[in-house]
Design a protein around this ligand. Structure first.
Ligand SMILES: [Fe+2]
Length: 144
């Protein structure tokens, strides 16, 4: 069976990522509201973290294609994903240790990196990937 056309395959991946970003942003907004109103932030944090982890796993396929063209750019996005999940793990450790102040700070940092990653991907990464794909400059398949 032949591969699907590259453009539609990549286009569907960036589209899927954008759709997931809208859902994740909603959860990140909920988290920020909970932080700022000093409401319980743990539940909105965990909901956002779960979706972020799922989204990052799904987006790894897209980043693997991007890495064929610009390894540094893909690595930068992958590092941001890892950083967000590290913040999330550190937050759970802080909660377990009863360090509420640290947990709140880590919730803010998790929010900031996850939101920044969405902005950078949509502003810098996806348009580039779609341009490489549209120009037939070898996105994913060595220029063929
Ligand atoms: Fe993303």
């Amino acid at each position: 069976m032949k591969d699907a056309p590259l453009r539609s395959r990549l286009g569907s991946r960036t589209e899927a990522s954008r759709r997931q970003h809208r859902c994740l942003e909603q959860l990140l907004d909920n988290l920020l509201s909970a932080i700022e109103t000093e409401a319980g932030f743990l539940e909105p944090f965990r909901t956002a973290r779960s979706l972020a982890a799922e989204h990052y796993r799904a987006e790894a396929l897209l980043l693997a294609e991007i890495a064929r063209h610009d390894a540094a750019l893909a690595e930068k996005m992958t590092a941001q994903h890892a950083e967000a999940l590290e913040m999330a793990a550190a937050l759970e450790d802080a909660v377990a240790a009863g360090h509420t102040g640290d947990a709140l700070l880590l919730a803010r940092r998790f929010h900031a990196i996850a939101q920044h990653n969405i902005i950078e991907e949509e502003r810098d990464v996806f348009p580039l990937a779609e341009r490489w794909d549209a120009s037939g400059s070898g996105f994913g398949h060595g220029g063929v």
